[in-house]
Write a protein that binds this ligand. Structure first.
Ligand SMILES: [Zn+2]
Length: 644
């Protein structure tokens, strides 16, 4: 609608149409891709098939996610004084994407009020204010989340480092405690519940090492965040802020992944034709990749939002599209110290204390300090993405650490908080990281609705900052280990953090050859879980035959029978696990031998055995009395097709 049209007398029809379009646009924009409108009432919050019944303090009484009942009993805010009685609980406002509730409670000596905001990805943010009517003695204040044991098998904690505990809970003795950290997720292979907080502001603890605890009890697993652990006289109002999010946020499908097939690390040169008239992209397309990522070499200075060479960039995009592939470009978590864009901004935009990155490769244009999503860098990055997708026909973004809420106390952009004595403490700007990722996703999807948003977030699977993206790439945290030390990732740890089904994002495994896994070892570990190992141009040769065999079988139309749930075949050794896809009268078996030693294995195909072929080579295997014999030389895998 142009201004001239409106000025040509009063065209009410056109005006109404324009208004309707504007309202429709506003509505469409308010809902990020992949999510449907929320349903909300005074005592209920629903996003997709995740349903939360709200109780006292607006805390969940019941949560159902992916058909799992997550709570063993209602979540409680326990304040050890005369009990607080609810006065009002009310849904204040609701749009397609957000709803806000308030709750007020009263006791003889204090009152409490809660504001809770629920969003379409299921994220709920709480601000709980406890206000004494006169100075009052309180013994303890804690948030208690009693979980059903079956949905609290795996514990993932994150503080945006590479050393946070993440593993099966029974395997570490059924209990865990730690000082404050910003993210805790407890789940199983299908569903879970995340708790998060940006800081421990107003937490008052004699024993900070037990700020967060997880305890397996007779009938449940209790997660507890303790805000006050000793008798204290409270004279002023205290506010506690935290978030809850049930997962999975979206369904994870083999169909999406078969359509994405991401290969990492192409360069401008990948489109340069050789003497045979072919380029590297031809080999990559022949290998079955459908999406390629150009790493940070697409910009002159690290972290810029413009290509180093516009003409070559356009040529690269065209060359990818001609071969039926998408192109994603690299977005980082900082800007090179020497980049013109950072001039005068470094001190305001940087995380403090500084988190420097000084690579050996081109340090003069690559060295940077991490930026904070709470700073002006966020606006700059979103504007840069908007211009990038206006100027170029790109297909998505690859985020490297952009989803991380680094520890920060830079007051220049509002981070850090001061205690009563005036001491400065850090925070993790999770809400700002979440907002930045949402804005980046919305911006890209405005230009390209089917764009792929892929995040490298090793060791920090924090759903509130990832839910607006499609996929994650995890595994770099193991790079300091070597194959010589026989490093292993236990299966319970892999199922905790590397599968993505329970969190709701497609997951891929990262393998730097021999740091610590060989590519074959990484495939044996990851693919067994339905998780693909992302190829580089030089390792595509390992992945292409697997993709071809999976396509031939029709994995996207098959049923997935992972080893932890419904193994359809077994082996005579605990070092072998078997997952399978089944379709009609056939099964595609992924057989992984997980120990680095030679071993002859006998696979029992059960009564339903039939003809068996090696799905990678096509050669037939002898099956005697339902048994197939496989000879493994080390940690490796076989892909077998069984026809009944
Ligand atoms: Zn900050």
């Amino acid at each position: 609608m142009s201004a001239t049209n409106l000025n040509r007398g009063c065209n009410w029809g056109a005006l109404l149409a324009a208004l309707t379009l504007a309202i429709a646009n506003a509505r469409a924009e308010s809902l990020p891709k992949g999510y449907s409108a929320i349903k909300a009432s005074d005592h209920r919050f629903q996003t997709g098939d995740r349903v939360t019944e709200l109780g006292g303090f607006l805390l969940p009484k019941e949560i159902t996610a992916n058909k799992n009942a997550l709570l063993a009993s209602p979540v409680r805010l326990k304040i050890e004084t005369p009990s607080v009685v609810m006065v009002t609980s009310k849904l204040l406002s609701k749009t397609k994407a957000t709803a806000t509730w308030t709750w007020n409670g009263d006791a003889s000596e204090l009152s409490a009020s809660v504001q809770m905001t629920g969003e379409c990805d299921g994220f709920c943010w709480y601000e709980v204010r406890v206000k004494p009517k006169q100075p009052v003695k309180v013994r303890s204040i804690a948030l208690e989340i009693p979980r059903t044991t079956s949905t609290a098998r795996f514990l993932h904690t994150a503080n945006y480092s590479w050393s946070n505990p993440s593993s099966g809970l029974p395997e570490i003795g059924g209990k865990w405690n730690g000082a404050f950290m910003p993210y805790i997720w407890l789940g199983n292979e299908d569903a879970g519940l995340a708790w998060c907080a940006e800081s421990d502001e107003n937490w008052n603890l004699r024993d900070p090492s037990h700020a967060l605890t997880v305890t397996t009890r007779t009938n449940d697993v209790l997660f507890k965040a303790t805000f006050l652990d000793h008798e204290t006289t409270i004279s002023n109002a205290l506010t506690f802020r935290f978030g809850l999010q049930a997962t999975p946020v979206k369904p994870v499908t083999f169909k999406w992944r078969a359509n994405a097939r991401i290969l990492h690390d192409i360069h401008y040169e990948s489109a340069d034709l050789g003497t045979n008239g072919k380029c590297e992209l031809d080999d990559i397309a022949d290998g079955g990749a459908k999406t390629v990522v150009i790493h940070d070499s697409w910009t002159k200075y690290f972290g810029q939002m413009v290509p180093a060479d516009t003409a070559r960039f356009r040529n690269l995009i065209d060359a990818c599209h001609k071969r039926g592939m998408r192109l994603l470009v690299y977005i980082g978590y900082g800007i090179a110290r020497t980049a013109p864009e950072l001039k005068g901004k470094h001190d305001e935009w940087s995380v403090l204390p500084l988190i420097p990155w000084d690579p050996g490769y081109k340090p003069e244009t690559r060295g940077f300090d991490a930026t904070c999503p709470r700073s002006g860098w966020a606006d700059w990055l979103v504007a840069g993405a908007d211009k990038l997708f206006t100027d170029f026909n790109l297909d998505g973004l690859y985020f490297d650490g952009t989803s991380e809420a680094w520890v920060c106390q830079n007051q220049a952009h509002g981070c850090g908080w001061k205690d009563a004595s005036g001491n400065l403490h850090p925070n993790y700007a999770m809400l700002d990281a979440r907002k930045l990722m949402r804005r980046m996703a919305d911006t890209v999807h405005r230009h390209k609705p089917d764009a792929i948003l892929d995040v490298h977030m090793s060791s920090n699977f924090t759903i509130p900052t990832l839910s607006f993206c499609d996929s994650i790439w995890n595994g770099e945290q193991f790079e300091s280990h070597t194959s010589a030390e026989k490093f292993q990732v236990p299966l319970h740890a892999f199922r905790t953090e590397f599968m993505g089904y329970a969190q709701g994002l497609d997951a891929e495994f990262l393998c730097y050859e021999n740091r610590p896994f060989t590519f074959d070892e990484a495939i044996a570990l990851a693919w067994l879980h339905g998780v693909e190992v992302r190829p580089y141009p030089q390792t595509l040769v390992k992945v292409a035959p697997l993709w071809r065999a999976m396509d031939k079988f029709g994995v996207t139309k098959a049923d997935w029978k992972p080893y932890w749930k419904e193994p359809i075949a077994t082996a005579d050794s605990p070092s072998v696990k078997i997952s399978a896809w089944t379709r009609k009268r056939s099964a595609l078996l992924f057989v992984s031998h997980l120990e680095r030693k030679p071993q002859v294995i006998h696979i029992n195909l059960g009564a339903k055995s039939g003809t068996v072929t090696d799905a990678l080579t096509g050669s037939a295997l002898a099956a005697t009395n339902h048994f197939v014999t496989l000879d493994f030389q080390g940690m490796n895998y076989r892909l077998l097709q069984v026809r009944h």
